[in-house]
Write a protein that binds this ligand. Structure first.
Ligand code: CA
Length: 224
């Protein structure tokens, strides 16, 4: 998880950067809006901590510029401005949250975690079909209340089948999605992995979800 801190006050920036690094985040720092724009062009961040009052391009103008480019990176505004009108202006400009200086580091951390949690839920909702569920955030797979232990490849294959539940998917599509390769070199691999998956997902439960459609591919559906 990488976070960009845009803050001109060295003391605040260093304090926040140190605390977040200790919490396991990867931190990049910027002391003004122009430098931040440059970093945003080069790298992807999970979140931006953005001070409002910056020399040159202000935080709110940087935020507007980011959103104008359809960039939806979550932004947490940090500022000493505490008037209701300012908070509204920040939220209207596309901020995800707003924290008034001075703040306690624990509150900053809690707000960052809340934003990241909301975003990950929005980006990857739990997939479920019949009595099978797969959570892309925790990577937990459960069938009929029993947690299944899958390898990374089995997981990716099952995720693809779940995303297309009820739809027959060809081996070629599976190989492209799960192995990111073309079909020729992987003609048998899909069959092998379908077998591995069935042994974990279907066989212990006595009812089949993964079906072969002869000559075409596979489909995840309940019933025979
Ligand atoms: Ca400032």
């Amino acid at each position: 998880m990488s976070i960009l801190i845009v803050e001109d006050e060295l003391r605040v920036r260093a304090f926040v950067a140190r605390g977040l690094t200790e919490e396991g985040f990867r931190i990049r720092e910027s002391e003004n809006g122009e430098q931040a724009q440059e970093l945003l062009r080069q790298e992807h961040f999970e979140l931006i901590l953005l001070d409002w009052m910056l020399p040159g391009l202000s935080g709110i103008d940087l935020l507007k510029a980011i959103r104008a480019q359809q960039d939806i990176t979550p932004v947490l505004m940090l500022t000493a401005k505490d008037a209701v009108a300012d908070r509204i202006a920040a939220l209207n400009a596309g901020a995800d949250d707003y924290l008034i200086k001075p703040f306690a580091f624990e509150e900053l951390l809690a707000r960052i975690r809340a934003i990241l949690r909301r975003v990950s839920q929005r980006a990857s909702p739990t997939l479920s079909y019949a009595d099978l569920t797969l959570d892309p955030v925790t990577r937990k797979v459960v069938r009929a209340g029993v947690e299944l232990s899958l390898t990374a490849r089995e997981y990716a294959l099952l995720q693809f089948l779940l995303e297309h539940a009820g739809e027959v998917v060809s081996r070629t599509r599976i190989v492209q999605a799960v192995w990111d390769h073309d079909f020729e070199t992987f003609s048998n691999v899909v069959e092998v992995y379908i077998r591995y998956l069935r042994a974990k997902v279907d066989e212990p439960f006595g009812s089949r979800l993964i079906h072969t459609v002869r000559g075409v591919g596979y489909v995840l559906r309940s019933g025979t």
